[in-house]
Write a protein that binds this ligand. Structure first.
Ligand code: ZN
Length: 235
């Protein structure tokens, strides 16, 4: 998965979000491609122990198999977003395909959780301003990409996943305020990496919020330069 384009905007209007300009040490962890029958509940236990809220971008076909897992996630304060029905690249689909991938997935999530779905992450980050705008205007979901990608789907091992989230890699920077961090709760190594990764982020002073909470914090202050507010322990 390549690094997605930066948050696209036109005339000040956002079409997608890779990170959010915020005033405090807030970050959003996101987990894609689930729910997984055993790994997602294990991750939920890890999150619960630490009182950490995250966002899951789920596949409709898997929610249909395991509605009880997304139900539990919502009951424990997490947010659920749409990640398509069966992981199709949306930019390759016609109107009917797009309608199925987006509408049927949101419907099955709403059926399981009772909550409307307001966020969408396109598989592979495959979108463009026109598609992102359609997802927002026609389907009522904001398009969420990411700023930190540990490439955990390649199964590099828990230690590598952790160091890429904390410090970055060649392909992507590490956690910083306003970051949206990508991971996948269908890989054992990713879930195994989480206890020490989350503890290290907590020790650095980061506060975990859902993507919707992070969006709501977006600072209206004009961005002065490319400088990002320093992470709590970066000095
Ligand atoms: Zn995915």
């Amino acid at each position: 998965m390549q690094k997605p384009q930066e948050s696209s905007s036109q005339n000040g209007e956002h079409f997608s979000y890779s990170s959010i300009h915020v005033d405090g040490p807030y970050i959003a962890m996101t987990f894609d491609d689930g729910p997984h029958a055993t790994l997602t509940p294990r991750l939920l236990d890890i999150l619960k122990e630490r009182h950490i809220k995250v966002t899951f971008f789920v596949l409709g076909q898997l929610v249909k198999e395991h509605p009880e897992i997304v139900q539990r996630a919502v009951a424990e304060g997490h947010e659920i977003g749409n990640h398509s029905w069966d992981h199709k690249a949306l930019n390759k689909l016609g109107p009917d395909g797009l309608q199925h991938e987006l509408t049927d997935t949101s419907a099955v999530i709403k059926e399981a959780t009772g909550k409307p779905v307001t966020l969408m992450r396109p598989p592979y980050g495959a979108t463009n301003p026109r598609l992102s705008r359609a997802i927002e205007k026609d389907f009522g979901m904001k398009v969420i990409l990411w700023s930190v990608d540990p490439l955990d789907w390649k199964d590099p091992g828990p230690k590598v996943v952790e160091s890429r989230i904390l410090s970055g890699s060649k392909e992507s920077g590490g956690a910083k305020p306003g970051a949206i961090i990508l991971s996948h709760d269908i890989h054992k190594g990713t879930v195994e990496a989480m206890p020490s990764t989350l503890d290290a982020l907590l020790a650095k002073g980061y506060k975990f919020v859902t993507v919707s909470e992070l969006l709501a914090m977006e600072s209206k202050m004009p961005v002065q330069s490319s400088a990002t507010p320093a992470a709590p322990t970066s000095h």
